[in-house]
Design a protein around this ligand. Structure first.
Ligand code: ATP
Ligand code: MG
Length: 744
């Protein structure tokens, strides 16, 4: 993934200022009092934030630990740290508080959560843990779990928490049955978290506010400590994040926020665009700096961006210009299907590498839905092109890793009920559902903590064999806990996984899948070893477990360094790439079908498109498919309205399917072609025309490659074919799903 680039050599304040234009310098120099930098993409907002930190340090206006900077991802934070280090040296750069809201709050809570009745080894529950806890609570409260999805309940509770509403308020406002269910579960859920010494993601932001309200002395400590506060991507802060920064800055008011209202894309998660617009109301004396020069993109790309955003009525007007060159035209690839789209993107990557000498890391393919990555992955894999997916499942969310982590969590937080439930009978050791229910009954009724429940010698109603196993389980955990006081964390973890039977279980079936899982657990051990060897002063198992809970896959380490990035538009924020593809520009995909009708949501979708377009430095490709297999079925689609809005500026690739199948799809040669009709696609779609598949036909299959049809049977949706594929032999395929393309 591209770094934020363009910093100069290490040096003093004068040198820092040299690499900036006039308004950027003005922002960097405005070190005291509130400051708002509001500007379009690629105009150097993140660069200003970094340089401002370097400037504060090198001029001695602030010491490292007095600086708080909140960024959008941990990765962005690391990059800012690296850049500041290069500018002012290691000595000055270390000690800053720099990270996402969640990671900064976590550190704060580790230091001070005892005032709220938690201990520093608290567990952080992700959405999966939360949903498990809710499911369990529904069972205990005899609520019909089938009627409501825990995910829906979770989001209702989460939304209430983010509005700072109590269970009582939610109760009063509840009308629909699911709202009533959420209101009923909210209180017991919070109670359960407390008992488990655990917090969910929302709590990480809310608890500091509770702490500040309860202990003004603690708030005063942080106000004194952080004399200079910075927030990047301020347009996407939610109400709680807004309150946090406001509380912290209330004394000195040295708060610098940077953002762009036109790039606000998280309203669906509670981001409140008015935070940036009303900054001036909160801080009437705030200095406002506008940046207008874009350093990232070509003139052509900026023109597309401008033509897009002008359709949003509620956006602040901003000027954006660039001295960069005109650049190549923005091309629209009109494809037949998602497979065709993926193949053409792959071909374009291959061609541009040859003609322009790009590296793989110069390319990014952006899309609206995670599910779109599969076709792209298939095509890249077939072409032997390394890629990485961002915005998919993180390493730390895989089942085997979550199981292993649950064991480790128990070592630092034995009261973590969700972890206990997860592993008390994994691998199977004869502690069945009924035993577990009886075992944890005192926890449900609030008379015992989870650990008290499993460590007590008498367990009424539990069969002796299970009781014996529970005692062994406890002894194993206690053993490792004690060893942890002096021993090597990695060795203890390895011993625990072995003694618990996890390692054996993963290898037991002798399957390839099991081997991959086993390797993943080994990888986890390496990650712990690396973390413990790090220079961080809080290198402990506790710290490791909490930090990885806040990891997104974009933060993970890369072993391969040159790869094409595949990422959702949402996770592309703040990044830049020489060549960008935005795939799936169809009405109902992007804008997504849930947001098409509502004008407010449509504006957010358009901002997301605007974010995508402005990630591109030199070349931008848009693509759409006439037919797409998504949400479990294949459907025809029309072009996205976002394409129509910029159509006069696009170079349309109108090569026919036959030409493209030979791989020379860019043969239009420079003419600008006006769009005339919908839907997408230049000729009849051949891909789903089942009558094309006849014995003797040469066809292409997504996985098996090229093959010859031997026999056809059945009709319509039941039509099947036997196809011979080179290297794979005969395959019997249902044509509706096989999605064969005819090649001859
Ligand atoms: P976004 O809104 O997308 O987050 P941004 O406003 O934060 O964009 P940056 O990422 O800070 O923009 O800058 C965009 C690119 O322009 C970076 O590569 C940065 O190094 C470069 N840049 C910014 N200002 C200057 C400058 N004064 N001189 C040279 N390069 C610059
Ligand atoms: Mg930025």
């Amino acid at each position: 993934m591209r770094r934020f680039s363009g910093e100069g050599p290490p040096g003093d304040a004068a040198e820092i200022l040299k690499g900036l234009n006039k308004p950027q310098r003005e922002a960097v120099r405005a070190t005291e009092g509130p400051l708002l930098v509001i500007a379009g993409p690629g105009s150097g907002k993140t660069r200003v934030l970094t340089m401002r930190i370097a400037y504060l340090l090198s001029t001695g206006r602030a010491r490292p630990h007095e600086i708080l900077a909140v960024t959008f991802t941990n990765k962005a934070a690391r990059e800012i740290r690296e850049r500041v280090t290069r500018l002012v040296g290691e000595g000055l750069a270390s000690g800053m508080w720099l990270g996402t809201f969640h990671s900064v709050c976590r550190r704060l809570l580790v230091a001070d959560c005892q005032h709220l009745g938690f201990t520093s080894g608290f567990s952080i529950y992700d959405t999966d843990d939360t949903e498990r806890a809710l499911r369990q609570l529904m069972k205990e409260l005899s609520m019909d779990a089938k009627g409501f999805k825990p995910s829906a309940i979770r989001s209702l509770i989460s939304a209430a928490k983010n509005r700072r509403e109590s269970p009582e308020i939610l109760e009063r406002a509840a009308i629909r049955p699911i709202q009533k269910a959420a209101a009923r579960l909210y209180g017991p859920y919070q109670e359960r978290l407390k008992r488990s010494n655990a917090m969910d993601f929302d709590d990480l932001l809310l608890k500091p506010l509770d702490l500040f309200a309860k202990r003004p002395d603690v708030l005063a400590k942080y106000r004194r400590r952080w004399t200079h506060i910075h927030v990047d991507e301020y347009q996407d802060t939610n109400h709680v994040q807004y309150l946090l920064t406001k509380e912290l800055a209330a004394g000195h008011r040295n708060i610098c926020v940077v953002g762009d209202d036109a790039q606000s894309i998280y309203a669906f998660r509670g981001a409140d665009i008015t935070n940036i617009i009303s900054f001036k109301n909160d801080y009437p004396t705030a200095k406002v700096v506008r940046l207008e020069q874009n350093y990232r993109s070509t003139k052509t790309i900026l023109r597309i961006a401008e033509a897009t955003i002008k359709h949003n009525v509620d956006q602040l007007k901003k000027r954006l210009w660039t001295e960069n060159e005109e650049g190549s035209p923005v091309v629209l690839l009109r494809c037949l299907s998602e497979t065709d789209e993926a193949r053409r993107i792959t071909q374009t990557i291959r061609r541009l590498r040859v003609t322009n000498g790009y590296r793989l890391q110069d390319f990014a393919v952006l899309y609206r839905l995670n599910a779109q990555s599969r076709a792209l992955e298939d095509a890249l894999r077939q072409d032997g092109v390394p890629y990485r997916i961002f915005g998919g499942m993180s390493f730390y969310q895989r089942k085997e890793i979550k199981d292993a982590l649950a064991y480790l969590r128990l070592l630092v937080n034995p009261n973590d009920l969700e972890s206990l439930r997860r592993v008390i009978n994994y691998p199977r050791r004869g502690i069945g559902g009924v035993s577990q229910q009886r075992l944890f009954a005192p926890v449900a009724s609030g008379t015992m903590t989870p650990w008290e429940a499993i460590a007590r010698p008498t367990m009424p109603g539990i069969i002796p064999s299970a009781r014996k196993k529970i005692a062994e389980f406890c002894a194993m955990i206690v053993d490792c806990m004690q060893a942890l006081e002096h021993g090597d964390v990695v060795e203890i973890a390895r011993k625990l996984f072995t003694d618990a039977g996890v390692m054996h279980d993963l290898r037991a079936g002798n399957t390839e899948e099991g081997l991959v899982r086993w390797e993943n657990v080994q990888e986890l051990l390496s990650a712990i070893a690396e973390y413990m060897a790090g220079a961080e002063d809080e290198s402990s198992l506790e710290g490791f477990l909490q930090e990885i809970s806040l990891f997104t896959d974009a933060d993970e380490k890369d072993s391969v360094t040159d790869y094409v990035s595949l990422l959702t538009l949402h996770s592309s924020k703040g990044l830049e790439f020489p060549v960008v593809f935005i795939a799936g520009l169809e009405d109902g995909i992007f804008p997504s079908h849930q947001n098409q009708e509502d004008p407010v949501k449509l504006q957010e979708e358009r901002r997301l498109f605007y974010v995508g377009v402005t990630r591109a430095e030199a070349q931008l490709y848009l693509s759409c498919a006439a037919q797409r297999f998504v949400y479990g079925r294949s459907e025809s689609y029309s072009e996205s309205p976002f394409v129509s809005e910029v159509e006069s500026l696009l170079l349309r690739d109108v090569a026919g399917p036959e030409v493209r199948m030979r791989g020379s799809f860019d043969s239009v040669g420079g003419q600008v072609v006006q769009r005339r009709s919908r839907p997408v696609g230049t000729g009849p779609s051949r891909e789903y025309d089942l009558s094309d598949i006849v014995p003797g036909a040469i066809v292409l299959h997504r996985t098996f490659g090229e093959g010859k049809v031997i026999k056809v049977s059945g009709r319509d949706i039941r039509k099947k074919a036997v196809v011979h594929f080179k290297g794979h032999g005969h395959k019997n395929l249902v044509l509706r799903f096989a999605k064969l393309e005819r090649l001859d």
